[in-house]
Design a protein around this ligand. Sequence first.
Ligand code: AHR
Length: 329
Amino acid sequence: MKKVLLLTLALVMLVCVSAASADVVIAFSQIGQESDWRTANTDDLRNAIENHEGWKLVYDDAQQKQENQIKALRNFITQGVDYILFTGVVSTGWDEVLKEVNEAEIPLLLIDRIPDCADKIDYVAAFGGDFVEEGRRQIAWAGEYLKSIGKGDVDVNIVIMEGTTGASAQTGRTEGNLKALAEYPHLKLVGQQSGNFTRAEGQAVMESWLKSIDKIDVLIAQNDDMALGAIDAIKAAGKVPGKDIIIVGCDSVKAAFDAIVAGEMNCTVECTPLYGKFVVPTIEALIRGEKFDKTVVHPEEGVFDMDGGIDLGTVKSIKAADVIATRQY
Ligand code: AHR
């Protein structure tokens, strides 16, 4: 009898110890690694989760393919992970698989790009860029900057290099770009094409524009990687980036700061990739049983340029050289 009691006690203790030390498994379906922004986003979330005691990351890089993301989400369900972090390469086509996540009762956190079906599915928290506002800021910066140098009434030719077609970062920024253009009738849109958020495609699109468009005064690139690729194309064509062509990027990655300080780029509108500081306290709170509503939290973001002081209504630009040392990505 005594033996049985001791054995039962040992078994109970074993169950308790393993339950206490069981990892919280957080799975992350990442789009791919198309840009410096994406690398910074992956590193930030990886560090935040892996450095947290008792948390384990299951990471999947979908190589820019929606079918790979769908497969990864289904694998996460099969593995029975505790939480899923999700950002989608495009904004549509997620209804079915995200409903499967809901049916498996795995808490879903949306980050960066919020899918179109967000109002039809359950998610426990959402953090994403305000892409329409970022697009508005890009055009407003160009328009206000031109006014500040006495060119507010001069017709200028502008091209818009868009991100991955169908990504919410592309549709939102394009919406913001085009709406804001209506406020600046002297900015004449002469080119609009996707550079797929990559440096290589940004360079190729700019090369072809420089051959086919007579005069380009302003380039709006929906991310910094495409702007940096375009800078290479502009230099190769014998023009001076930042002077012959005004260049406005988006993201505010370190390489864009360097280009602005070097005088080869004019402005970058911030889109932060640093979601670890939102995700960690949220999962801690969810573990404690707290709940959040479905509001999408937009991080506070700035606009950085050569001289600072351009008033964009919601924000004033900051001189890049003054803050470059404090940048984290
Ligand atoms: O969704 C955020 C966007 O995706 C960033 O602007 C871009 O660089 C990335 O690829």
